[in-house]
Design a protein around this ligand. Structure first.
Ligand SMILES: NC(=O)c1ccc[n+]([C@@H]2O[C@H](COP(=O)([O-])OP(=O)(O)OC[C@H]3O[C@@H](n4cnc5c(N)ncnc54)[C@H](O)[C@@H]3O)[C@@H](O)[C@H]2O)c1
Ligand SMILES: O=C(O)C[C@H](O)C(=O)O
Length: 314
């Protein structure tokens, strides 16, 4: 029986978009359409062709198309939105809210028209608010509109834990909940290495330092790069989410989901652990939180609400 080839469109062919296209190809998750604005059509075609020409060397058979035409996105199984402006040193992600809201809603009008059955993953910042913008513009069911933050934030957290204990990153488990801002909530109580809770291995002071470094992990990279933000780990995070959906893996990952009562929040897009599979967000897990953890999550939710409220009609 012939297998149907999967199709993934990546909108925004900048640092994160192009890196995501390469990684999607390397994992042979499907054929990739890389799309940017008409003024950048040639560079976008050039990036796609360059990635395609890596495929004989690395031995992957994904097709790569560079374009500025949404017709090429027709029939996509997954659409990944990286279109927008990245912050520079001295800026917060929230400073991008107005400019990126316009870009994300315009992009989503096209996605709605050309890829109405797709599952959409949003990366553009401030990503909790941009997922809300996308949900409104797309009109898709909530299980098919998913924001990326928690996979990346958790990856940073797990990196720092592995470095602290000098153990394999493969044995570290953790969770970061909440908004993708400096008050995100790494859940120490749910973090372990090889099944051993980290608070039995690392001092409270060192744990606090790891938590704090995680919270400002995006800013650490922005300051080092000087002119843009992280893209390797963000791209890897997008690819893990796309793989979970395309292969119906039912991974348990923290992603930005629409909360309708979960954790006591109504009508709020924010990072929570979910089952990610063929139907997108298949279930939201409500973890039991201590009063301190819930207070920290409330503070993060307040930050998300305040940036999102800038966008809400009065
Ligand atoms: N959620 C996260 O964890 C996370 C991680 C990394 C980056 N980001 C965000 O992702 C976004 C992209 O980051 P980047 O480093 O790739 O930036 P970049 O500047 O390298 O690329 C952005 C691309 O979007 C394109 N674009 C702009 N408007 C468009 C439109 N209307 N249609 C199609 N394409 C359009 C630009 O031409 C550019 O090529 C930023 O907002 C950044 O803050 C979020
Ligand atoms: O920090 C940024 O502006 C980009 C991204 O959200 C990140 O966390 O790396």
């Amino acid at each position: 029986m012939a297998m149907t080839r999967k199709k993934i469109t990546v909108i925004g062919a900048g640092f994160t978009g192009a890196t995501t296209a390469l990684m999607l190809g390397q994992k042979e998750l499907g054929d990739v359409v890389l799309l940017d604005i008409p003024q950048l059509e040639n560079p976008t075609k050039g990036k796609a062709l360059d990635i395609l020409e890596a495929s004989p060397v690395q031995g992957f058979d994904s097709r790569m198309t560079g374009t500025s035409s949404y017709e090429d996105a027709a029939g996509s199984d997954i659409v990944i939105i990286t279109a927008g402006v990245a912050r520079k040193p001295g800026m917060s992600r929230d400073d991008l809210v107005n400019i990126n809201a316009g870009i994300v809603s315009a992009v989503c009008e096209n996605v709605k028209q050309y890829a109405p059955d797709s599952t959409v993953i949003i990366l553009s910042n401030p990503v909790d608010a941009m997922t809300y913008v996308a949900y409104n513009a797309l009109g898709f069911p909530k299980n098919r509109v998913i924001g990326q933050s928690g996979v990346l934030d958790t990856a940073r957290y797990c990196t720092f834990i592995a470095q602290e204990l000098n153990v394999s990153v493969e044995d570290v488990r953790g969770f970061v909940l909440g908004g993708h801002g400096d008050d995100m909530v790494p859940l120490v109580r749910y973090s372990s290495v090889g099944g051993i809770p980290i608070d039995t291995l690392i001092s409270p002071e060192r744990i606090e330092a790891i938590v704090q470094r995680t919270r400002v992990g995006g800013g650490e990279i922005v300051n080092l790069l000087g002119n843009g933000s992280a893209y390797y780990a963000p791209a890897a995070s997008l690819v893990q989410m796309a793989e979970a959906i395309l292969k119906d893996k039912k991974r348990i990952l923290p992603v930005i989901a629409l909360l309708e009562g979960e954790y006591g929040y109504e009508n709020l897009f924010m990072g929570v652990p979910v089952i990610l599979g063929g139907n997108g967000i298949e279930r939201i897990f409500e973890l039991e939180l201590t009063p301190e953890e819930k207070a920290a999550l409330d503070q993060s939710a307040d930050s998300v609400r305040s940036v999102t409220s800038i966008l809400k009609p009065n």
